[in-house]
Design a protein around this ligand. Structure first.
Ligand SMILES: [Fe+2]
Length: 177
């Protein structure tokens, strides 16, 4: 598998953990799975001295635990915005999450800090300017898709998410991508 695909797919798992563990829907079930998956992701992506086989085994189990972590919880801001990119531009899920997550310091400061460290360690360059030439109508389409995912926003921000998550706030984020 190309390194980039390995990274983007692994980061989907990592982002699931960050969104679950920092969400308002968090509960004992999700927390125990999310913490285990996060620990594995740290070992795989910024740990040292793992053999290729160990890294593959750990990634398989991180994926399992990361998936279980959102079974009774939800994902959050990165996924909501990534679905907008996927819908309009056909950006695939893993890379879309990475493109979005890179700009979410305000929502997940520690998670994004670590993500940038992982990205640097594996020498990953994300595409830039994918929203540079979009029309207002196209931005609106992506914003509509993102805002339609209400449980993701409620998990990320809380019941009053509509007070802070405005169309302008979402557009500002998309414009950075
Ligand atoms: Fe995902």
């Amino acid at each position: 598998m190309p390194k980039e695909q390995w990274f983007y797919t692994g980061m989907d798992c990592y982002i699931h953990c960050i969104e679950s563990l920092n969400g308002t829907y968090l509960n004992a079930f999700s927390k125990s799975y999310g913490e285990k998956a996060l620990e594995l992701c740290k070992d795989i992506f910024i740990g040292d001295n793992l053999s290729k086989q160990e890294a593959q085994d750990k990634l398989m189990m991180a994926s399992w635990h990361g998936g279980m972590s959102i079974a009774y919880s939800q994902v959050g801001v990165a996924h909501a915005l990534s679905y907008g990119l996927g819908y309009l531009l056909g950006v695939k899920h893993g890379i879309g999450n990475c493109i979005v997550f890179d700009h979410l310091e305000a929502y997940y400061p520690e998670g994004v800090r670590l993500f940038k460290q992982m990205k640097a360690k594996h020498d990953i360059e994300l595409p830039l300017g994918i929203c540079a030439n979009l029309t207002d109508h196209e931005f609106d389409t992506m914003i509509d898709v993102a805002l339609s995912l209400e449980p993701l926003w409620e998990n990320a921000i809380g019941k009053n998410w509509k007070k802070t998550i405005t169309r302008a706030a979402i557009r500002e984020l998309y414009e950075k991508m």
